[in-house]
Design a protein around this ligand. Structure first.
Ligand code: C5P
Length: 315
């Protein structure tokens, strides 16, 4: 009898503990499930979405200004792009001199608060030929072109207006007085070139011939921040390739300063080369050079799918 009582007592204890534990587990699950079930947010963020949100982070200034200080680690990243030998001090002194001749702040840094600023970003792809995108490109508030991208003779496909022209010394072209010159600097020499080409003339040497003088309105000059270039490489391209192409940096810049971004003239030819709309490709082994062109293209397509921009694929 004594033994039976003990067994019964033991069984009761086990069952009791089980019920308590089960209750806790169920309650725990219910607590865990509660926010999910009752949350008004039905959309779950994918890894890609999270990365995109991170990429849309606005903490890095897109342009240099007189009172901006480049972090030294960003300078160290930048100086490796085209093997800059000079010091951080040489950089800061050059920038100080530069801002004596160009406006101290760039004037266009964020989307306009009360109107929808639409931008056309025009890359130099051969896929513009025969596209008839010209009128569409010209219809935007801002039309950004780059490097040797020009309009004469190609108006029907590429348009006629240019509000901003992005370049570096080795790709520089003359501009009219209403167009903003946007310099993408890769070395201290590029900043010196800008100062001198706009004033007394530049007679130094680079890895390719550079124009000694440039026609452009000094009041409309803007300079891309090296820290922004690094941020595009790290956050958007996950450090793929040596550094982002000019076109990719410009596109990310446009996402930053425009309310609506329309992208034209991006995409390699059928052999995977970055051919231009104005010339027959000479070097068929060029592909996309030192830039992660296929990866960049994939990101552009993804942004288009997610309706962050409108992508015109061309012909
Ligand atoms: O050749 P270039 O660098 O002047 O072209 C400007 C930009 O246009 C490139 O940096 C690249 O992002 C884009 N491009 C492209 N497909 C091409 C040619 C250029 O996506 N076929």
């Amino acid at each position: 009898m004594k033994l039976r009582m003990k067994v019964l007592f033991a069984l009761l204890c086990v069952t009791g503990i089980g019920v308590i534990l089960n209750g806790r587990v169920l309650r725990g699950l219910a607590e865990y499930a509660l926010p999910e079930d009752t949350s008004p947010c039905t959309k779950r963020l994918s890894e890609d979405d999270r990365r995109l949100m991170h990429c849309f982070n606005k903490s890095v200034e897109p342009f240099l200004s007189a009172n901006y200080s480049l972090p030294e680690d960003a300078f160290n990243w930048w100086k490796r792009l085209q093997v800059e030998q000079r010091s951080f001090r040489a950089y800061t002194e050059t920038v100080d001199r530069l801002f004596e001749i160009i406006p101290p702040s760039p004037g266009l840094t964020e989307p306009s608060p009360d109107c929808c600023r639409t931008c056309a970003v025009v890359g130099n792809s051969v896929n513009l030929n025969g596209s008839h995108y010209g009128p569409d490109i010209d219809s935007h508030d801002i039309v950004i072109r780059m490097n040797h991208g020009h309009t004469k003779g190609y108006e029907a496909d590429v348009g006629t207006r240019t509000t901003h022209h992005v370049m570096y010394p080795e790709s520089a072209v003359d501009l009219d007085i209403t167009t903003h010159l946007v310099l993408v600097p890769f070395k201290i020499l590029d900043l010196e070139w800008l100062m001198k080409a706009l004033t007394t003339g530049f007679y130094g040497k680079s890895y390719a011939p550079v124009k000694s003088n440039i026609t452009a309105n000094r009041e409309l000059v803007m300079v891309v921040n090296p820290a922004f270039m690094r941020w595009v490489h790290d956050s958007w391209l996950m450090k793929k390739g040596q550094y982002p192409s000019t076109g990719f940096m410009v596109l990310i810049l446009a996402l930053r300063i425009c309310d609506e971004v329309h992208v034209f003239g991006y995409g390699a030819d059928k052999d995977g080369n970055w051919s231009h709309y104005w010339e027959k490709l000479k070097n068929k082994k060029f592909k996309t050079g030192i830039h992660p062109g296929t990866h960049e293209y994939g990101i552009i397509r993804k942004l288009a799918e997610q309706q962050k921009l409108k992508f015109y694929e061309g012909c």
